[in-house]
Design a protein around this ligand. Structure first.
Ligand SMILES: [Zn+2]
Length: 304
């Protein structure tokens, strides 16, 4: 049955901006965050603790974690990909992390410098350490639906990694279509199998719209009972280590579709569109999100 309420994790200030060369100041990030909270967004992946030279946009991760402390109404997650990142997250007072590995050996090497086996070993140590420090953990698998370097990714491998993750103290899991290669039937199949493994833990889907199948994949996942999705305003984003990478599901496109289908999000669409406009202004470029462009026109109707 299709859920009547959906949780959206906003990743605009992490996945969304990480590939942009125009660096945002921490103050600019704060302004965007305040606007998103005002729009009703209550959950964020707000930064990642990665090497500042590799992803300069995330070099203020410590400052960002400090900045979000005052927002008690929302939950903030930070992405960590290795032990060093986890250590930095803990030291900066972060209480919620996503610990994520890639199911593609080649992507893992390019993204983290570790082979798949090394990354899984590191992941286990991180999951153990996070649990010891009482952190809330979302365990993620990148390239779960395909890889631009390797092509098909074995479903059995993804499910095996997932089994390893849930054997630790993990409260949520996330399957990421980092490359945007998933199709709706593939989503339904993998999600159904993953649900059996993650039992009562929330299953998030992190989808990219690279091949234009983003919202079709969302609908397929809704039919399979998925209630949690990642998105970025205006459909910004993409991994710096994936050739041809493009943006996430545009949050305002997702919210409009869900609202039209009678599914609650708690998010004010018009306020979200205002954030999308602001981002286009700051970066002085267009982004893929469609709905904000329609809603910016006062001369035509949209069914809200
Ligand atoms: Zn992503």
């Amino acid at each position: 049955m299709i859920p009547d309420r959906i949780v959206i994790e906003d990743q605009t200030l992490r996945d969304g901006i990480q590939n942009e060369t125009r660096l945002l100041t921490t103050e600019e990030k704060l302004e965007i965050l305040e606007a998103l909270i005002d729009a009703g967004v209550r959950r964020f992946q707000i930064t990642s603790f990665v090497h500042p030279k590799k992803v300069p946009q995330m070099s203020d991760a410590e400052k960002v974690m400090k900045m979000v402390q005052k927002f008690k109404e929302a939950k903030f997650y930070a992405l960590v990909l290795n032990k060093r990142g986890l250590q930095r997250a803990i030291q900066s007072g972060c209480s919620r992390v996503e610990i994520s590995v890639s199911a593609s050996n080649t992507h893992s090497i390019k993204n983290t410098g570790m082979s798949l086996n090394e990354a899984i070993g590191e992941m286990k140590e991180m999951l153990r350490a996070a649990s010891e420090h009482g952190l809330k953990v979302r365990a993620g698998i990148q390239c779960a639906f395909g890889c631009r370097y390797e092509g098909k990714i074995s479903e059995a491998l993804v499910l095996k990694i997932l089994e390893q993750q849930v054997s630790y103290n993990v409260s949520e899991v996330a399957l990421a279509d980092t490359t945007g290669m998933a199709n709706p039937l593939q989503v339904q199949k993998l999600v159904s199998e993953a649900q059996d493994i993650c039992e009562n833990r929330s299953l998030f889907l992190h989808l990219h719209d690279t091949e234009g199948k983003g919202l079709a994949n969302i609908f397929a996942a809704l039919e399979a009972g998925v209630q949690c999705f990642d998105a970025t305003v205006a459909g910004m984003g993409g991994c710096p280590f994936i050739p041809g990478a493009s943006g996430n599901i545009a949050e305002e496109d997702l919210v409009l579709m869900l609202h039209q289908m009678g599914i609650e999000t708690g998010i004010d669409l018009n306020k979200l569109v205002a954030v999308a406009n602001h981002l286009r202004e700051i970066f002085a470029k267009d982004f893929p999100g469609k709905v904000s462009k329609i809603l910016n026109r006062r001369d035509i109707k949209c069914i809200l």
